[in-house]
Ligand binder design. Structure first.
Ligand SMILES: [Mn+2]
Length: 294
């Protein structure tokens, strides 16, 4: 594969998973182009022009032109003016970048990446990397990790991976306890609540998985972050297509909370000091008033 001329492009837009972050970190060794890791929800409306994309194929965005597409998955149709750096025999996009620009990467890291990408995680490193990512997908420190890869600081990266993997292990262990804390919201059928300590990273992380578990039994689950009898925030979620949570958020907004989200999930924050009992009463009332819409 020939080496593309990166000076023709304005920036790098990359998938935010391990492979994307890794490949971008390697690209940072050969270019000063700015790197972005958009949220998956931002992609469908994105229009990319003169951009290097890493594992973001044309089908994932609204429009693409004059881009360089780096991927190890099939790119069925090349949009106008685009060139591609695609090798479907590569285990990862990072492997392609390393090969084309002749960059040094320890073999075990590339091996772990291709394990993760093919969902055949078997080596200890790959297991830890996977757990480190899962510990907090949204706030995975993509830039910090990419810079470590750029600089070849493999020991620092390994330390970060181990610390985060450990965090994930603690979160996983905590989930059953939080599920047990789940109970029906008094007087409202099909709604469960569970409380967690909003200042505790592990409880906060575990509350998300606990919600998913409880959603198997209840129509709606409310995870409530509260400490010392004071309400701080809540997440409300449902898997049911019949439920539209918008009316709940609207009710709570009228009660003075910051509240909003989508039909299936959203958040509530206290404005000022709110005792937990007050929030519980408002919540019960919100669901009772909205019950007919369920
Ligand atoms: Mn990949």
């Amino acid at each position: 594969m020939r080496k593309p001329d990166l000076s023709r492009y304005r920036k790098i837009v990359s998938d935010g998973d391990w492979d994307g972050v890794f490949a971008s970190g390697l690209l940072m060794r050969v270019t000063d182009l700015p790197v972005e890791f958009p949220r998956p929800s931002e992609l469908p409306s994105a229009e990319l022009e003169r951009v290097v994309t890493v594992e973001i194929g044309p089908t994932k965005v609204r429009a693409m032109r004059d881009c360089l597409i780096i991927d190890h998955h099939e790119v069925p149709e090349l949009p106008s003016g685009c060139e591609m750096l695609v090798d479907m025999s590569a285990g990862s996009a990072a492997e392609i970048v390393a090969k084309v620009w002749e960059l040094e990467v320890p073999r075990e890291w590339l091996g772990a990446l291709s394990e993760i990408d093919s969902a055949r995680v078997s080596s200890d490193l790959a297991k830890k990397m996977w757990a480190a990512y899962r510990a907090n997908v949204e706030n995975f420190p993509r830039r910090e990790v990419a810079e470590m890869i750029r600089d070849g600081r493999w020991e620092d990266l390994y330390r970060l991976v181990v610390e985060r993997a450990e965090e994930y292990r603690k979160i996983e262990e905590k989930v059953p306890e939080l599920v047990k804390r789940g109970c029906p919201l008094e007087g409202v059928e099909g709604v469960a609540i569970l409380t967690y300590d909003p200042d505790d990273k592990v409880e906060r992380g575990a509350s998300k998985d606990a919600m998913l578990r409880l959603e198997e039994t209840y129509d709606v689950v409310v995870a409530i972050g509260a400490k010392s009898g004071r309400f701080s925030r809540a997440t409300i979620g449902t898997r049911s297509e019949r439920v539209n949570l918008a009316v709940i958020f609207e009710f709570l907004r009228n009660r003075g909370y910051n509240a909003g989200g989508k039909a299936q999930v959203g958040g509530v924050q206290a404005r000022g000091e709110v005792p937990l009992e007050v929030f519980m009463r408002d919540l019960q009332e919100a669901f009772r008033k909205a019950k007919w819409k369920f």
